[in-house]
Structures are given as C-alpha cells and as structure tokens.
Design a protein around this ligand. Sequence first.
Ligand code: ARG
Length: 459
Amino acid sequence: MKLWGGRFSKGTAKTVDEFGASIGFDQKLYKEDIAGSRAHAKMLAKIDVLSDEDLDAILTALDEIESSIEKGNISFMEEFEDIHMNIESLLTERIGYPGKKIHTARSRNDQVAVDIRLYLKTRIEEICGLIEELLKTIILMSENNIDVILPGFTHLQHAQPVRLSFHLMAYFEMFKRDHQRLTDCLDRMDVLPLGSGALSGTTYPTDRVFLAKELGFAKVSLNALDSVSDRDYLIEFQSDASILMMHFSRFCEELIIWNTSEFGFVEMDDAYSTGSSIMPQKKNPDVAELIRGKTGRVYGNLMGILTVMKSLPLAYNKDMQEDKEGLFDTVETLKSVIPIFNEMLATLTFNAGNMMQATKMGFLNATDIADYLVKKGLPFRSAHEIVGRMVLYCTKRNCNIEDMRLSELKSFHEDIQEDLLEIARIEKCTDAKISAGGTSKENVMRMIEENKKFLQLLA
Ligand code: ARG
C-alpha cells in the first residue's frame, strides 16, 4: 500500500504510477536523503519524539540501507514514487514500528528541498575545484608564452597586436568570474529548508538550528512557505553554468578557427583530435566542437527550469519535480567539459611563427602611427585621417606603412621622421600599451602575478 493510501478507496492506475514516479532519476539523491533522515531522527530524539532505542534502530538501519544501495543490492520501487518514500519504506520494512515515526514533523516538500541543496553544495565545490585546475593551466601557458605575439581582432578583422598570454589571461578573467559567481551561489544556497514541514511549519518544537549544524548549513531559512516553494538556488546555478559554458564555447570557437589551415595558429594534440571515416587526411577538433555544442543543452536546462517555475502558485506543485533531470544533466555536463577542455588546452601547440607572420598583415600598427602623429602635435582625428590615407595608398601597392621610403612617408606629413619605423615595429606597438590592463609585457606579468595571488587565496 502507498504511504499515503489511507484516504483512497482504490489504488492508483499503473499509468499514473509510471507517469508520476521520479525514482528513476531522483535515486541519485539517496546519500543526501539518508543524511537528511539521520539528522532529522537525531533531532526528533532530542525533542523526545523518538526514544533512544528508536533512534539507534533508525540510525543503524539507515547505515545498512546506504551500504546496500552502494553495493547495488537494493531495487527501488516505482510504486513508492520517489527516493524519499523508497527510503522510508525500506526503513519500515527493516525495523517496523520506529520506522513509521521518521516522517513526524517532516514533509517531502522540505525533504526534497534539503536534498537538492545538499547535492548542489558538494557539486558546486567539485566544479569550483575543476575550474581552479583550469585557471592554473592558463597561468602556466601564459607564463610559457609571454613573448608570443599575435594579431588581436575586432569583427574577426586584424586590429592591433597583442601578446598570446594577454589573450589567454582574458579567459582567466572570465573563468575567475565564473568561479566567483558559483561561490556566491553556494553562499546564498547555504540555508536549511528542513523543518519547514509541508508549507507552514510544524506543530513540534523542531530544533532547526540543530538540524543546520548536523547537515552543515550556515543558516536556517526564515519563512517556511518560501523554503518549500523556492528553487532559485538551482536556477541561479543553471544561470552560472550557462555563462560558464558560454565562455567555453567562445574559447572553443577561437581554437577551432585558430586550428584551421587558413590561420594555423595552433595544433591540437593527436590525442585530442579525431579523424574522418572517408577523408584520410582529416584531423578534426571534435572536442572543442562538442563542448561548443553542449553549451546548447545547458542553456536548454536553464530555460527548462525557468519555464517550469514561471507562474507556479505557492507552495509545492508537482511541476517542481521537473527540476531535477536538467539539474543533474548540467552538473554532469560541467564535470565532463571542464577537465577535458583543460587537457585539450594543456596539450595544445601554439605556432608562434604563424602568429608573428599574421601580424605583418592588416596594418596592426596603424593606431600606433596615428598616436605618433599626435605626439608630433596633431589632433587625433587629423592623425587618424592621415594614417587612413597611408593605408589606402599601401593597399593599392600591396605593401605595409613601414615599407615606404622616408620621402613617401613625408608626403603624408612633413613631421614624419626616421623614428616612425621603430614606433611601427609590432613588438614596440605591443609594449606601447602601457595603460593599466593593456598588453605590454609589464602589464601582462602584473596580471599573471595578481591572479596567482587569487589562486593562492583559494588554496
Ligand atoms: N518527488 C517529489 C519531487 O521531486 C518530491 C516532493 C513531493 N511532494 C509532494 N507534495 N508530492 O518534487
């Protein structure tokens, strides 16, 4: 019989059991559910709802159930709908009467809420750890490639030269923010919902501070109605995950472009590339493409839960059972994407020669030459126009500005001297970006040092 069967004169239709059961996926929460029950039982003993003997029997049985699940010796029953009622049935099956008391002062509504928070807290910690490993790889690669220069792009058109380390450290900033966002999310979710009952609290002197201590929560929620209706924490996590995946997707897209024969800026390690079943010459960046693709499913999971929660009246509604599969999927996706991206990045070969060669195209020094004229006393707008004319002239002759003879240069402005050639050197242009956060070597070394401190603080 169903744990809630008393009010019914007949059993549910088999189709309804099948349709409504979440045990197929929420069995993932067995550890959290058992941890919640342990704490709840101890609390019930503390407020004299359970005797010491009841408590002993419950705790021993919960331990046994947990290890039986881990050994694969338990088959969960669809008839019992979800992980909460499956565990409760297993408990009663083992110890009888005391098992029937475990659900005193508790509802599945506060139970599921505490389970998801417990689950997500540990998963966010794991994901943050994986991000930290990636951040370390980025630092290492930036240090190892500090003197490599490549074209910086806007509109995917050559713009100004930058250091490769500067480009990599831009991604460090993004992943650092992802780490900070997830840490914030973790802090905000570190609140105990258990003890809220179905929606309005319990008639027992439930010791929620004790429960919070037992389960490792920093705080106790203030409003029972909100506690059982709230899924903000997992929506927030899904949002943070979506932003993180967007960063991966951008990075992957750049690596895919850099890996083309047209660019030839990077070569992926054979171990992180795949071939074609028909074209013998192919070496494809599948890992990067698949990560870019997986961004779609994570966004989908965010849209899914936002749409489920939209318009739900307070408090619990069965719709909310749809919160889990997308959540588990996003967690699993991040746990596979972050380490494999890290491996792919760490084994990448940068082709510094091709990068430098590419800096010779597209007038990357044009802004620096305009700045040179500004230093000679011209307003920037006039300097911009003069260099624009130089570019037009050189484009027609298929040469660079620095290839012109001094007399040709002087025809654009009489104040131009020999020293322009030094200013126009790509290395010089790169190191001339002295404003804080710019791409000069000194600046990039500073960002690396600052960010090493960030990583040390996390350790
Ligand atoms: N399996 C349910 C879920 O995941 C647990 C909560 C059920 N609560 C209820 N009042 N039916 O949402």
